[in-house]
Every structure is written in C-alpha cells, then in structure tokens.
Design a protein around this ligand. Structure first.
Ligand code: FES
Length: 150
C-alpha cells in the first residue's frame, strides 16, 4: 500500500492503495465516485473513460501510480449541475437507453470537443470508436455531439 495525493474534479484527495490499483477502482471503491463505470477492464469498451489533464483515458488500465500531478476529471466533475454543452445535448437528443456506457461516452465526447470544437463526421467516428454501446445509441450520440459543437 502507498499513499497518493490526487487532484480529482478540482479537489485534493488522498488514497492509500496498492500502486497497481487502476484509477477506476480508486474512484469507485476508495472514493465512492461511481459515475465512472466498469465494463470490460481491458481498455476495449470505454465505459470507464475519464479525463487526465483534459484527455480521454481508460481508467480501468491506468494504475494510480502513473497519475503524478495530472488532474483527473470524472463525470461528476465535468460541470456543475450537468450544464456542460455535451450533457445538455445528450438530454436534448434523449441519447441514453440503458445508460450504462453513457458517462464514458460523454467524457469522450467532451474531450473531443475540447480539442476539436467543430469535428466532422469522420472526426466524431474516429474519436468515439473506442466507446461501445450495447443499446446501439450511436446515431443519437453523433447528433448530440453535433448539437454540442454548434
Ligand atoms: Fe475500461 Fe472497458 S472498462 S475500457
């Protein structure tokens, strides 16, 4: 076990965990931040997507020992009161079906629009291709990203 001082959603948090512990489980088990979801545990589905210094990363394969001073942002910290343009567009387009993958989808979409505010269809496909949705909400996801980019 080792102590880590993390910056998560703008707040300093300390955890005492094994250095190899994935950030996903630090968030969910140590800090009770359960908005970030476990899907595959192998960086294949995107359900666990968070931001590391603004970039979308798969928290299920990211050991806490690799974070250092980089800031983690989770779905809980993306905006106050769900007012991020991506979250508003998600509601407008009624994107979620079962909802399980959606926090990861939203985090990937938000990272895309931060780095590329006016993405083409191809840009959206490329950025979102690592986020799997078993309900097949892909068309609504794409429309919501386009709305959020306006
Ligand atoms: Fe991390 Fe699937 S749970 S990519």
């Amino acid at each position: 076990m080792a102590k880590y001082n993390l910056k998560i959603n703008g707040k300093a948090r300390q955890v005492d965990v094994d250095p190899s512990t994935p950030v996903l489980w630090v968030l969910r088990d140590s800090l009770n931040m359960v908005g970030t979801k476990f899907g595959c545990g192998m960086a294949q589905c995107g359900a666990c997507t968070v931001h590391l210094d603004g970039n979308a990363v798969r928290s299920c394969v990211l050991p806490v020992s690799a974070i250092g001073k980089q800031e983690i942002t989770t779905i809980e910290g993306l905006s106050a009161n769900g007012e991020h343009p991506v979250q508003k567009a998600w509601l407008e387009h009624d994107v979620a079906q079962c909802g399980y993958c959606q926090s990861g989808q939203i985090m990937s979409a938000a990272a895309l629009l931060k780095s590329n505010p006016k993405p083409t269809d191809e840009d959206i496909d490329a950025a979102m291709s690592g986020n799997i949705c078993r309900c097949g909400t892909y068309l609504r996801i794409k429309e919501a990203i386009k709305t959020a980019s306006k």
